[in-house]
Write a protein that binds this ligand. Sequence first.
Ligand code: KG4
Ligand code: ZN
Length: 352
Amino acid sequence: MLILGIETSCDETGVALYDAARGLLDGCTPLAGLLAHALHSQVTLHDEYGGVVPELASRDHIRRLLPLVHEVMGRGGVRFEDLAAVAYTEGPGLAGALLVGASVAASLAFGLGVPAIGVHHLEGHLLSPLLAESPPAFPFIALLVSGGHTQLMRVTDVGQYALLGETQDDAAGEAFDKTAKLLGLPYPGGSALAQLATGGRPGRFKFPRPMIASGDLDFSFSGLKTAVAIECRKRTLDAQTRADIAHAFEEAVVDVLVAKCVTAMETTGLERLVVAGGVGANTRLRALLDRAAAKAGFDVHYPPLEFCTDNGAMIALAGALRLQSDRSAADSVGPRCAFTVRPRWDLSAIAA
Ligand code: KG4
Ligand code: ZN
């Protein structure tokens, strides 16, 4: 059963081809089902504006998507007639960008007489750790840390997600991006800030650890960004100062994320933590989580770096899992001429 996956929710055009017969049968690892995947990042396109320009994003998805689909089909060595379904990101995300993926997926599915499966972008991120060489077994706690979301979820099985806590304001990735901007780094600033932080001296600056002792699993990062802004205004930002600030900022965010993960593991008693979303690529976060996990006695799983940030593989996998776990989902969707996108879409709306 071959599924084509299409991701166009923001500034990355991702396409992947997934074979459920190779990846989802007993004894297989989900990664074995991934036949081909390709990604086009729009980072350079939006760079000069300091953030994503929605209209430019939509237009670039239009330019890139069909060539990427052909490339992936060619690399997978399959024909369009072999596809059993086309999965696409239905939301949340930028409306115009989502419409590009949804319209191509729905048209292709309609033309082929196969189902088009609308996938929740965050479900894709939650399931992306299954694409690791040693995937985690269910149930697990997922820390979802992307540009738009910071959430702790209990993942009992495919489609069974319970929200344990989330950010009350900015997402962790958003805080990284806004702080990077304050430090004069190009968009998206997360990895550039992390890089800058490696040259920072510990101890020169100390920023607050928001909500670290709140006793719940919620987060808040907007005050931290403001604390950095105040510090930046007080002094000349020479290269070493910028690195020191970046270091202190990264320390603060990571300390909070690690503390909340440890609390989530303690309160639920589960044994596996998975980390998904772009901030999951952060080296300091990985190192400190590994250390905390070894101390507290739980396992941590990360998706391979290329599947931490937005990609088509997680959408193809989520579509394949959805099709496998609930054939009626495919039947009920059916080939259709009409399609929807959901720029705002709460994951709890699809969770059992
Ligand atoms: O999951 P993702 O690709 O897109 C969203 O769905 O938002 O996450 C992108 C976010 C951006 O905020 C980016 O700055 C951040 O992930 N990011 C990082 C790192 N790499 C990407 N943040 C911290 N450290 C990194 N190494
Ligand atoms: Zn994402």
